[in-house]
Design a protein around this ligand. Structure first.
Ligand SMILES: [Ca+2]
Length: 479
């Protein structure tokens, strides 16, 4: 070894050099001892949920026009799941599935919450408050929990109706009822108190609230559940985002601009995590509650969602209604820029996040998902049963035309997908590998495969639709 190199080597192996490196890392990353929410054994969790964003409504999913640099960066740092299903093709039941980790039909939730005003769908006021939820389980091991944005799981603010507090959230900010989708609405509730947001864009309001909440979590890991309205109809955005899409129609500019405006705020929140040195200990999940609205519905003005090669739309359980964008960035677990085609579900989020936080799932409840972890390595998820979808209101929409309807039951197993009615007749079997558009029914060509999936489905159906599904406390007698 040349003698001139020895002092350098001694320095490189010295304690002084090690300390210098630590100081440099601190200086670059902003990590320091008194940092908020730095709990290495319990990762912080940020769950970002879009509303009606289509499977292909991200640059990283191949959209040729839409600009989503925030989500694209998240994808480049984590895993994009291409075969990710929700448990329903509309808002409330899908969100109920996410929060409880259980197929919402188990507690009788077949459609959006309804106080009886809409005579065409069942009355259903709120998710039973005794159901297990992600925030309640995380709280049991010391997390601080917040819900921000759209809610749609109860008539929060009405007499005796549960609020997010009743489901395990320490803090919440939401609009008073469930259906408002104005992007500049000022009728917000913060922990039961009416507040004014002075007509600010909701995307900014959410992220400001999320940052304020995270700042307050000085002595505990956080779970922030940020559920945006974007890009649900009636779609709106600031003019500067429309101007990012010259040459497009007014409807396209509005829809794309709405997503880009929200994306910019997601990016701001992710930048904040970086700046505070929190990103390395925070699991970030992005997905959508259901697929995109069909642009040809007569009352839809600015929905221009892109569902890739898939059939259908929101409101039915063909792929476009239930297969949604999904990104997970989990430092140390997901590989940067990875893509997984494994079958996965929003119902896998509860067991996965609870496992990450060291929470044992309660024995008294049956959950419908498994751990997502194998999917990040393109291995199948070990789940209690194949992905099962039950949405019986699809037939209700027959008056809109055949393309908006679907059979009420579906089961996804390997690359096959089976549909049938609730009497287990009228089988439709599609090969999702060769026919992602669900065009060619192969039930008569492969009756053995159809029967195999039907056997699973017939076993699951009575479990999901047991006595509790008809007796669970889901209505408020006081209004
Ligand atoms: Ca929705």
């Amino acid at each position: 070894m040349p003698s001139g190199g020895a002092p350098i080597i001694r320095y490189l192996t010295s304690l002084r050099f090690f300390v210098a490196c630590l100081l440099l890392v601190e200086a670059i990353s902003g990590v320091h001892a008194e940092n908020v929410s730095s709990h290495p054994d319990k990762p912080n969790i940020l769950l970002l949920l879009a509303d009606d964003q289509g499977w292909g409504d991200m640059g990283c999913a191949g959209h040729p026009v839409l600009k989503t640099p925030g989500l694209d960066k998240l994808a480049s740092e984590g895993c994009r799941l291409t075969t990710f299903y929700t448990s329903a093709p509309v808002c409330s039941p899908s969100r109920a599935g996410i929060l409880t980790g259980r197929d919402q039909n188990r507690f009788g939730m077949k459609h959006i919450i309804n106080d009886g005003e809409d005579k065409s769908i069942p009355v259903f006021h709120h998710v039973p408050v005794n159901e297990p939820t992600i925030p309640r389980l995380l709280k049991s091991v010391g997390y601080k929990t917040a819900h921000i944005g759209k809610w749609h799981l109860s008539f929060s603010g009405r007499k005796d109706e549960p609020t997010p507090h009743d489901y395990g959230f320490d803090h919440y900010l939401l609009l008073a009822a469930g259906r408002h989708t104005s992007y500049k609405d000022s009728k917000w509730q913060r922990d039961g108190e009416r507040i004014q947001t002075e007509g600010r864009w909701t995307a900014e309001v959410y992220v400001d609230e999320a940052i304020d909440f995270i700042e307050s979590c000085t002595d505990a890991p956080f779970f922030v559940n940020l559920w945006s309205f974007a890009p649900h109809i009636a779609v709106e955005c600031a003019d500067k985002y429309k101007e990012m899409y010259p040459g497009r129609t007014e409807q396209e500019q509005t829809y794309f601009g709405c997503i880009t405006q929200m994306d910019e705020q997601y990016g701001r929140l992710l930048d904040y995590l970086d700046e505070k040195g929190l990103a390395d200990n925070t699991i970030v999940v992005f997905t959508s509650d259901n697929g995109c609205t069909s642009p040809i519905l007569p009352w839809v003005e600015s929905a221009r969602g892109y569902a890739g090669p898939f059939r259908g739309s929101k409101h039915n359980i063909h792929e476009a209604g239930i297969r949604v964008p999904a990104l997970v960035r989990w430092p140390g677990v997901t590989q940067p820029g990875s893509v997984s085609n494994e079958i996965a579900s929003t119902l896998d989020l509860l067991p996965t996040l609870c496992s990450a936080a060291g929470v044992d799932l309660p024995d008294e409840w049956d959950f419908d998902g498994g751990l997502l972890n194998p999917a990040f390595e393109n291995r199948p998820i070990d789940r209690p049963h194949p992905v099962y979808i039950q949405y019986e209101l699809g037939r209700m929409l027959l008056d809109r035309g055949e393309i908006f309807t679907s059979p009420p039951l579906a089961l996804r197993k390997n690359y096959w997908k089976l549909f049938c009615d609730t009497d287990f007749k009228n089988l439709e079997l599609y090969n999702m590998d060769t026919d992602p558009g669900e065009k060619w029914n192969m039930a008569d060509i492969h009756p053995d495969i159809a029967q195999d999936l039907l056997n699973d489905l017939e076993e699951i159906y009575p479990i999901i639709n047991g006595p509790y599904s008809k007796t669970a406390e889901t209505k408020n007698p006081n209004f």
